[in-house]
Design a binder for this molecule. Structure first.
Ligand code: PEP
Length: 257
């Protein structure tokens, strides 16, 4: 049975006090979820200890990080290792977000090293992929996304793959207010599942959770989550307000899956 997941990506936002208040608001309104549905809060590193404390003893809601280093340990000033995240109690780490790829020049090789380290340290990976507008306009998005998955995930074995969740995030829809239509999302998610099936088999593909990211909000979450191959969302802007994030969590709860 594959899981549905709604994961917040706070990016570089919120003071500690604001983060605490946001998590309080989410916990106050969090609906009861069954075992196949979960929520992840991916905060900046400095929030992790506080968020961990707030989520202690709660079920179906986990702490995430937004990045990890591409090296295991050592003289890498400013970096945070996968081992440190695991030690801090983090469950999930976002790897390959388009903002990391674009602003910090992370290529598929770097992202692959991060995936390997995260898995070696027992973290769940939220692996982001997705095309820029020019790729979509040239109608080459399927091959582009397939290339990202091939380069960073195809070397994994079946057991490792179980700890990967894919987030499809068309770059032209991130933070722009422009959402992929549910038909565009479903088409790409089905393609991603077929890419996974081609390499790892149908069972692994069926178990893979594939999240949509890109201006997902309460007003479009129901429609997106109703798509057969959309298993939840990675949420940026709408995760910064408890009410909006809870609206998306409720869309996941109500999705007939
Ligand atoms: C993201 O950056 O992961 C994202 C989906 O952002 P937004 O929801 O703001 O488009």
């Amino acid at each position: 049975m594959r899981k549905m997941i709604v994961a917040a990506n706070w990016k570089m936002n919120l003071t500690l006090a604001e983060g605490r208040q946001l998590v309080e608001g989410i916990l106050a309104g969090l609906p009861e979820l069954n075992n196949e549905k979960e929520v992840v809060i991916s905060s900046p590193f400095v929030h992790i200890a506080q968020t961990m404390g707030q989520l202690k003893g709660k079920s179906h809601i986990y702490t995430g990080a937004q990045n990890c280093a591409a090296e295991a340990a050592g003289a890498y000033t400013g970096e945070v290792s996968a081992a440190m995240l695991k030690d801090a109690g983090v469950a999930y780490v976002i790897i390959g977000h388009s903002e990391r790829r674009e602003y910090y020049k992370e290529d598929n090789a770097t992202i692959t090293k991060k995936v390997n380290l995260a898995l070696a340290n027992g973290l769940q990976v939220l692996f982001c992929c997705g095309e820029a507008l020019e790729v979509r306009d040239a109608n080459t998005q399927n091959a582009f996304v397939e290339g990202q998955i091939q380069d960073s995930l195809f070397h994994l074995d079946a057991a490792q793959l179980k700890n990967i969740t894919i987030a499809y995030e068309p770059i032209w829809a991130i933070g722009t207010g422009r959402t992929a239509s549910s038909a565009q999302a479903q088409e790409m998610h089905a393609h991603i599942r077929s890419v996974i099936a081609g390499k790892f088999g149908n069972e692994a593909a069926n178990e893979m959770s594939i999240l949509y990211g890109g201006s997902c909000k309460p007003s479009n979450a129901d429609e997106l989550f109703a798509c057969a191959d959309v298993d939840g969302g990675l949420i940026g802007g709408a995760a910064l307000k408890a009410e909006e994030f809870l609206g998306i969590i409720n869309a996941m709860k109500n999705a007939k899956k």
